[in-house]
Design a protein around this ligand. Structure first.
Ligand SMILES: [Zn+2]
Length: 272
């Protein structure tokens, strides 16, 4: 009797687990398999992990199991600026080629975007826009969505995406206000909420329909690990006055739909 109860325990435990989705993190810097297993057991069934440069893109593809962990390949603004001028074309071509060769097993192009907090003046902005534009075109070519970073640059990022007619857009760590969120909503973009609260973010969450929201840990940069996604989900639930379980389920559905994870369900060999 006692043995039977013990055997049944894991099943009972799993039933009480609330399924959650983490729309943005960086497992390339957090690739301890134990952390992933732990997050999945905790309920984070769907984890989107983004690369930011050549080594992290390779690592991202190695970590993605296309069961719980799904990868995105991109070059973010910080790393776009870090590439040496002499190797710029080669680095870009390598990462574009990596995404093309693995297009059937990645779920997005990301992380890409603009970051005006880095500084460096107009020349840096030209470089950032060049890289951002190339990857938006690549997403279009590969029919993949984009996961976009915008820091101190949300106005330019929105203009850029609209100009280039980007169709499936995820604005990660959305830091815009209600006005910018309305522009995002108008174009069918989704925004994701990080584990950091602010009165501006609260107003945006209150305004956005739940169908246009996702939650993210942005771990290990902001959250500790993908389990940290529970915090923004609870935050959204509080603002929307909805049960946590209901919000978690809605955001899982949004994340799976947006990244179309069901069509990427099988583990395929990575192509270097
Ligand atoms: Zn990120």
């Amino acid at each position: 009797m006692q043995t039977k109860q013990l055997l049944q325990k894991p099943e009972t435990m799993q039933k009480s687990v609330v399924e959650m989705a983490d729309a943005h993190c960086h497992l390339s810097i957090l690739s301890d398999p134990q952390i992933i297993r732990d997050a999945v057991l905790y309920g984070v069934s769907t984890i989107i992990t983004d690369g930011v440069d050549t080594p992290s893109n390779i690592k991202t593809l190695e970590v993605a199991d296309n069961k719980n962990v799904f990868g995105a390949v991109g070059v973010d603004p910080e790393h776009a600026l870090a590439i040496d001028e002499s190797s710029f074309d080669r680095e870009m071509e390598f990462n574009i080629g990596l995404a093309r060769r693995n297009a059937d097993r990645i779920v997005a192009i990301g992380e890409i975007g603009l970051d005006y907090s880095i500084g460096g003046g107009p020349r840096n902005i030209v470089r950032q826009k060049k890289v951002f534009g190339r990857f938006i075109d690549l997403a279009e070519e590969l029919r993949l969505p984009v996961s976009v970073h915008a820091r101190n640059a949300i106005g330019d990022v929105l203009d850029f995406l609209v100009e280039r007619e980007a169709k499936r857009v995820h604005l990660h760590f959305f830091e815009g206000g209600v006005e910018e969120a309305r522009v995002a909503l108008k174009h069918g973009y989704l925004i994701s909420v990080p584990p950091i609260e602010s009165s501006k973010r609260k107003r945006v969450i209150a305004m956005m329909p739940i169908e246009s929201l996702m939650a993210e840990s942005d771990s290990p940069v902001v959250g500790q690990n993908p389990k940290s996604v529970e915090k923004p989900i609870r935050y959204i639930a509080g603002i929307k006055r909805m049960p946590f379980e209901q919000v978690a389920a809605a955001l899982v559905a949004n994340t799976k739909r947006f990244f179309d994870v069901n069509t990427k369900g099988s583990v395929k060999m990575m192509r270097y």
